[in-house]
Ligand binder design. Structure first.
Ligand code: PAF
Length: 286
């Protein structure tokens, strides 16, 4: 596995190569990332993984400084997963600055769900991802469905900017308890780890209601809320049902129109903010 920190050196190395699969990450890699690398490995002749804790996507008072960093373990996971190239740029090599050009996704998509409490977050994500794509020039980029809003926004950014890259979305990887794998799970105490899977169980309560014929978004949202309300350690930020592509709030669900909806939750346990989501009607992300 080759390791690069300088964008120009990576560009020179990749020049003329085709079939690059790209997995952008912020490190603290876990089995969710491993599944993205494995999918890229199975579909692409060359796999590039990037690790960069992107300051642009953290707001004031957020966890940028304490975001988990585990470079040696990350490198091992990438090597074991068969990555060909690891790209570890820095804010300096990426020329980040307060006055740089930024990619601002549509407000309709960034002012809902996590965007409401994290203004600027998705501009930071979109800016860095477009920058990385311009350096790596992959044929395919791999993201996890756990970050459903990020997926929808980046899909839109790629389309709006005519970026020729195929977005592959991989299913959320979960612990046996149901808790979605996340780098931020490392913040949780043992007691918090025991409560955290209740987010997913809340979503599943709505899924059960949906499978029994409940199509009213308000009732599905209520099913999640009723479940999580049993756990005072959880402070819910939102439970929302939105169109999976446009992220517009949905007032009705219809199996016949085939709308794919995201039922999403964000909640805090202690100082840790966790997110999770389900796709309804269920379809495997592609
Ligand atoms: O999902 C992440 O880890 C980050 O948001 C990403 C896509 C690597 C951009 O920094």
């Amino acid at each position: 596995m080759e390791i690069f920190t300088a964008p120009q050196e990576l560009r020179d190395y990749l020049r003329g190569r085709s079939g690059i699969g790209f997995v952008p990450t912020m490190g603290a890699l876990h089995q969710g990332h491993a599944s993205l690398i494995a999918r890229a490995r199975s579909e692409c002749p060359m796999v590039v993984v990037s690790i960069f804790v992107n300051p642009l996507q953290f707001g004031p008072g957020e966890d940028l400084n304490r975001y988990p960093r585990s470079p040696e373990m990350d490198w091992q996971l990438c090597r074991a997963g068969g990555a060909d190239v690891l790209f570890c740029p820095t804010a300096e090599t990426l020329a980040l600055s307060a006055s740089m050009t930024q990619v601002v996704p549509p407000l309709s998509m960034t002012s809902v769900l996590c965007g409401r409490s994290r203004p600027g977050h998705f501009t930071g994500v979109s800016t860095i991802v477009v920058k990385l794509l311009e350096i790596v020039h992959p044929q395919r980029v791999y993201l996890g469905q756990k970050d459903g809003q990020q997926v929808a926004i980046l899909r839109r950014v790629l389309a709006d900017l005519h970026l020729e890259v195929d977005l592959r979305v991989c299913p959320t990887v979960r612990l046996p308890s149901g808790l979605a794998m996340s780098s931020r799970n490392q913040y949780l105490s043992a007691a918090e780890l025991a409560i955290a899977p209740e987010l997913y169980k809340g979503l599943q309560a709505a899924r059960v209601a949906f499978d029994r014929g409940t199509m009213d978004p308000a009732k599905l949202i209520e099913a999640v809320q009723l479940h999580v309300a049993q756990f005072p350690a959880l402070t819910v930020d939102y439970v929302e049902l939105v169109d999976a592509i446009s992220l517009s709030p949905l007032t009705e669900l219809s199996l016949t129109t085939g709308i794919l909806a995201i039922l999403a939750i964000a909640a805090k346990i202690g100082s840790t903010r966790l997110i999770d989501n389900l796709l309804l009607p269920y379809a495997s992300p592609t």
